[in-house]
Design a binder for this molecule. Structure first.
Ligand code: NAP
Length: 422
């Protein structure tokens, strides 16, 4: 096989027929889910393309496996491989305790400047859900991945740095809100115009390309006016200046809640759709968490900051079946660097038993194939996962919530998915 790297020019990926794709197996249940997932990916590619296309999988190390083999949690060689081949996929990674690394995932996102955390959330027929109408939930979250309170600029209370910062804030900037200055820790929340614009750009472009009706900017700008409030304002300004002919903007300074608000929102959505435009709107984060339960049809593409995005992603995932099935990716659309990943953790108590649900990494793989332009492979995998779940032959997490279901192991469920590709 004459395998090559994926390349990028002017934001466009060129994908060879035999691309090299680095993978990180992952810690804990990573060993259980990776092999069945790889088998599903290879089967889907073969089904669609025969011998004319094939993935050349390249194992790279991170997490516990890397630490045991190299003494490092995230070897430079692994980062270099992702930079060289652009597209990678990973299982879950243990968060090291002590040792100076806060989180390997955060480190990967920041080192590679993967500014979009992309989380599609939709219901697959048959998946147990706490909602009456889980089929109404169909959203794609664009969570900003590099800024906000997650930037890691934090100072521990009672350290000399923190005391100095508290003094500067009080004495030089007149900050009056530090109630207990002697015992206060400080975290800094950077939010920039550039960071906002590149996220909003990706979200609107995605909405246009995928014919989605709207982009909701979710924020807490009513309270944090210069960070979250600016995110909202810069977002609208960018949409109006850069996508003038393709969008309608609505509710510039209003929030959409209350019955009247919903009527107005429906009207705005209809007007935008009739004009063939994407509706750009906004919603305050706490209200948004109500809206995903009360009016899920109101929201399609969602653009939000890092912390809000963290909460919203898991809340939405829970609405449609939980984190065992939710896929995700971290992407820089300019450099092309991208890591597709299982969104759940390492679940150590379930590891090595061949019992967990591999759907999260398998659906992340489907996202990866879509990103690469191998859309038929992506669709085949999604449809096969849906058909496997609908057949009620499932892993323990779904089995315990479904009536008359048959219990399968992780590897058997992977084979069940492959059998549904016919
Ligand atoms: P977790 O590993 O996601 O596990 C929490 C629970 O979720 C499990 O006990 C299990 O619930 C369920 N679960 C997770 N994945 C599942 C799957 N594939 N199939 C079926 N059920 C699944 O979260 P955690 O226990 O908070 O974190 C453990 C470690 O993972 C920590 O070191 C954490 O930092 C790390 N982590 C990594 C990532 C990542 O790499 N992306 C993300 C989150 C956490 P039941 O026990 O109820 O069956």
């Amino acid at each position: 096989m004459n395998s090559e790297s994926i390349t990028i020019e002017n934001g466009e990926l060129t994908v060879p027929n035999y691309p090299i794709i680095p993978f990180i197996e992952g810690d804990g249940i990573g060993v259980d889910i990776w092999e069945p997932a790889k088998k599903v990916f290879d089967a889907a590619v073969e089904k669609v393309y025969g011998d004319s296309k094939k993935i050349d999988w390249l194992e790279i190390l991170a997490g516990e496996k890397a630490y045991h083999e190299t003494g490092e949690w995230l070897p430079q060689e692994s980062l270099d491989a992702i930079k060289k081949h652009l597209v990678a996929i990973k299982g879950p990674l243990t968060t090291p305790i002590g040792g100076g690394i806060r989180s390997l995932n955060v480190q990967l996102r920041q080192t590679l400047d993967l500014y979009v955390c992309l989380r599609p959330v939709r219901w697959f027929k048959g998946v147990p859900s706490p909602l009456v109408h889980p089929e109404y939930t169909d959203m794609v979250i664009f969570r900003e991945n590099t800024e906000d309170i997650y930037a890691g600029i934090e100072f521990q209370a009672e350290t000399p740095e923190c005391k100095r910062l508290v003094n500067i804030l009080q004495d030089d900037f007149g900050a009056r809100g530090i109630r207990f200055p002697e015992t206060t820790s400080i975290g800094i929340k950077p939010v920039s115009k550039q960071g906002t614009e590149r996220l909003i750009h990706s979200a609107i472009e995605y909405a246009i390309e995928h014919k989605k009706p709207s982009v909701t900017i979710v924020h807490k700008g009513n309270i944090m006016k210069f960070t979250e409030g600016s995110f909202k304002k810069w977002g609208y300004d960018y949409a109006e200046s850069q996508f003038k002919d393709q969008v309608f903007t609505w509710g510039m300074y209003d929030n959409i809640l209350s019955t009247d608000g919903i009527d107005a929102a429906n009207q705005a959505q209809e007007d935008a759709a009739a004009a063939g435009k994407v509706l750009i709107k906004d919603c305050i984060a706490d209200a948004f968490l109500q809206e995903i339960l009360l009016y899920p049809k109101q929201h399609s593409v969602v653009a939000t900051l890092n912390l809000n995005g963290d909460y919203i992603s898991d809340a939405l995932a829970a609405c449609v079946g939980g984190i065992g099935i939710a896929p995700g990716a971290n992407i820089n659309y300019n450099t092309g660097y991208s890591i597709f990943e299982a969104t759940h953790g390492t679940a150590p108590k379930l590891a090595g038993k061949d019992i967990v649900n591999p759907s999260s990494i398998i659906l992340s793989g489907a996202m990866m194939f879509e990103y690469m332009g191998w859309t038929e492979v992506a669709k085949l995998i999604e449809n096969a996962v849906e058909a496997a779940i609908a057949s009620k032959r499932v892993t323990f997490d779904f089995h315990r919530l479904m009536e008359n279901a048959e219990l399968l192991s992780t590897s058997e469920f992977g084979d069940e998915i492959i059998s549904k590709m016919n």
